[in-house]
Design a protein around this ligand. Structure first.
Ligand SMILES: [Zn+2]
Length: 76
């Protein structure tokens, strides 16, 4: 997959935590997720989350230990 489509994240009590939003540059963004959706994402199933800061829809193709992988470039 294209590295430009990746974005670093951390887990915070089962939710996705981003140091910065890839869309609006808001800092410290916590995206509340469903555990089952995240489990499937880690297995490579496509899922969607909505950023709470700018309501931008992020399509996640996969989640690994360090990055979420989106269907479009997130890095400028
Ligand atoms: Zn945002």
């Amino acid at each position: 997959m294209d590295f430009s489509c990746s974005w670093p994240y951390d887990w915070m009590q089962g939710d996705l935590f981003f140091q910065d939003c890839p869309f609006c540059d808001e800092s410290s963004v916590l995206v509340v997720t469903e555990a089952e959706k995240m489990k499937l994402a880690r297995e490579g199933f496509k899922t969607h989350v909505v950023m709470p800061c700018c309501h931008e829809k992020l399509t996640i193709l996969q989640i690994d230990d360090d990055y979420v992988w989106a269907d479009r470039p997130l890095r400028k």
